[in-house]
Design a protein around this ligand. Structure first.
Ligand code: SF4
Length: 362
């Protein structure tokens, strides 16, 4: 691990000023640190080399509170566990709760901050080896995953420079709920719609988000809950072992279903399949006005998966690419998630006890 300066701040202005001063004088940029559950690992693995760490755990950004418009404000420093357990998240946004509880372990959720969850980096095997080429940690060095092990890699939005996926569960739900990320720097404040917060790799895979290096995430706003989503939402996560594993793919599905059984609003977002949570708005709009039933869900899955391609480099046949299995699996996962949402089953991961299996709580 490289030497670095350490500064602990207790107010936002001091933290932003510290960031501005470090980034103005050092070739390696300073980084804000909160839970440190990804950043410290990256530093130990020689994949992050900040010149300074600005500890923001003392900043007043841990509150979770209703907004004037009926939504909910999630402080960037609220811990993932506290967010999942908050009464208003439980009551109004169970999709977010289910996604958070599907991720990591209880110990990690106790440490990980909401802001940090958005900034975690890919779990591509090659990325985590500082001694192999990788365009994400060493721009221009190449992407061995395109000709190597790509089992967990992208089927949407990949480029020839990078086929990595975003690992977060929480972000998949935030995309489905149309959250807005609020950020601040010494230059001012701005709000970033969740759909544009993470970016596709294109020819700059080393850049994961549209956040500027000196910007601090202050909070994440959820719009007022859609009628019906509190009952008809699901986070379906498919992984290689039953707990404490990143998603090979996931689906956040939410439906507002009228008394006539027809869908008024639908959200379908996939995780583990692209460099960002993957949402296809035209495809999910196919459900509007349709009866919430398997035939309607199949049509949505057909439309979403029409754009899917197994990732791999030139000369590697699509049929032999390591992640081609994800395409039929994701199709089935979309249909299953929408069926679970219709039935009011919030999760397949068992974190929520009996409700996760579709049973009535005792
Ligand atoms: Fe690196 Fe992206 Fe290629 Fe993985 S997929 S080796 S992160 S460039």
């Amino acid at each position: 691990m490289n030497p670095f300066h350490y500064t602990a701040c207790t107010d936002i202005d001091s933290a932003l000023a510290a960031m501005a001063s470090h980034n103005g004088t050092n070739p390696c940029q300073a980084r804000f640190v909160a839970g440190g559950t990804n950043l410290i690992d990256l530093m130990k693995e020689r994949l992050a080399h900040p010149s300074a760490l600005i500890d923001i755990n003392g900043l007043p950004l841990a509150d979770i509170a209703p907004t004037d418009d009926g939504g909910l404000r999630l402080g960037a420093l609220a811990r993932n566990a506290d967010t999942a357990d908050h009464p208003l998240v439980r009551a109004r946004y169970p999709l977010l709760r289910a996604a958070i509880l599907a991720g990591a372990s209880p110990q990690l959720r106790n440490m990980a901050s909401n802001g940090g969850n958005l900034l975690q980096r890919t779990r591509c095997y090659y990325f985590y080896d500082a001694d192999v080429p990788c365009n994400k940690h060493t721009p221009g060095s190449g992407c061995p995953a395109t000709k190597g092990l790509a089992r967990q890699h992208a089927i949407f939005g990949a480029s020839t420079h990078c086929i990595a996926t975003h690992p977060s569960d929480m972000c998949v739900a935030l995309a489905a709920l149309e959250a807005v990320v609020h950020v601040q720097s010494v230059r001012g404040r701005r709000a970033i719609p969740f759909a544009t917060f993470h970016r596709l790799p294109e020819d700059r895979p080393e850049v994961d988000t549209t956040l500027a290096p000196d910007e601090l995430i202050t909070h994440i706003d959820l719009p007022p809950a859609q009628p019906g989503f509190a009952v008809h939402s699901t986070y379906l996560k498919l992984r290689e072992r039953a707990s404490y594993a990143f998603a090979m793919m996931s689906v956040a599905a939410a439906l507002d279903i009228g008394e006539d059984g027809r869908v008024r609003t639908a959200r379908v977002v996939l995780g583990g399949v692209a460099h960002k949570p993957w949402r296809n708005v035209p495809a999910e709009s196919l459900l509007v006005g349709k009866v919430a039933e398997r035939a309607s869900f199949m049509a949505v899955a057909d439309a979403v998966m029409a754009d899917a391609r197994p990732a791999g480099g030139p000369g590697v046949p699509e049929s032999s690419r390591g992640n081609s299995w994800k395409i039929p699996m994701a199709h089935r996962a979309i249909v299953r998630a929408l069926e679970m949402a219709t039935q009011g089953i919030p999760s397949n991961t068992g974190e929520d006890g009996a409700r996760c299996r579709g049973e009535q709580p005792a």
